[in-house]
Design a protein. Structure first.
Length: 90
């Protein structure tokens, strides 16, 4: 359903954001996961998502900081080429 699409999800490491990430992964979307947790705390979510066979990466980012969001989105686009879906969960 979402194969060939790339989704950016804020607040993606737990709760609703994690559930959304897992659902989109099962539907074939590549995932850009954002959160404020350190990378080691986000590792479980990233591992679960990539176990579905999709491409995914985690970026530590505080969405309340505009400069940080700008830099993170630029890095994600450089890594993934595009963002098709935006889930503002944070």
């Amino acid at each position: 359903m979402f194969t060939g699409r790339c989704a950016l999800i804020t607040g993606a490491t737990r709760g609703i954001g994690k559930a959304i990430a897992l659902r989109l992964a099962k539907d074939g979307a590549s995932l850009i996961l954002l959160g404020t947790s350190p990378a080691d705390r986000a590792a479980d979510t990233l591992r679960e998502v990539t176990a579905t066979g999709v491409r995914a990466a985690y970026y530590q980012c505080n969405v309340a900081n505009a400069a940080e969001v700008d830099a993170t989105v630029k890095a994600a686009i450089a890594d993934f080429g595009r963002i098709d879906i935006l889930i503002n969960n944070a």
